[in-house]
Write a protein that binds this ligand. Structure first.
Ligand code: SF4
Ligand code: SF4
Length: 140
């Protein structure tokens, strides 16, 4: 389903954008409320994307999102600006958009989980004092 978006007084139309916190969450709460079915994604995607040519800028998808991933284009935070292009790119170069998402937020696939599990010190070093450290600090 598509909707007429631009009017003569809206030469530069705003759209809504899905950002990083959707990645690997993708619960589709936004899809359920979108009146024009312009939020897309497949099982092969790690996040969903808003088609800027279909979005009617109603804002209905913002509140249902459990991870605050959706912004009006003009409100996208500075550290999420890449997702402006990624949302658009998904509808022209799907694989390129997926690769960009993987670059920005590498997947913790099974291989990565095994890798993390084999190097616990790299993950925890500096975060949790060892019992010895705690004991030394408690001693006079
Ligand atoms: S702003 Fe409205 S039309 Fe656009 S994606 Fe959200 S719910 Fe759909
Ligand atoms: S509601 Fe939020 S987390 Fe869920 S699919 Fe939509 S953008 Fe992603």
């Amino acid at each position: 389903m598509s909707a007429t978006k631009a009017t003569p007084t809206e030469a530069i139309a705003m759209t809504y954008v899905i950002t990083e916190t959707c990645i690997d969450v993708k619960d589709k709460s936004c899809v359920d409320v979108c009146p024009v079915d312009c939020i897309h994604g497949s099982d092969d995607d790690r996040m969903l994307y808003i088609d800027p040519s279909e979005c009617i800028d109603c804002g209905a998808c913002i509140d249902p999102c459990p991870v605050d991933a959706i912004y009006a284009e003009e409100d996208v935070p500075p550290d999420q600006q890449a997702y402006l292009e990624i949302n658009r790119q998904y509808f022209t170069e799907r694989q390129a958009a997926r690769r960009r998402v993987d670059e920005l937020r590498p997947s913790l696939g099974s291989d990565d989980v095994r890798s993390v599990g084999s190097a616990p010190s790299a993950m925890t070093e500096g975060l949790t004092p060892s019992p010895d450290t705690t004991l030394r600090r408690a001693l006079p």
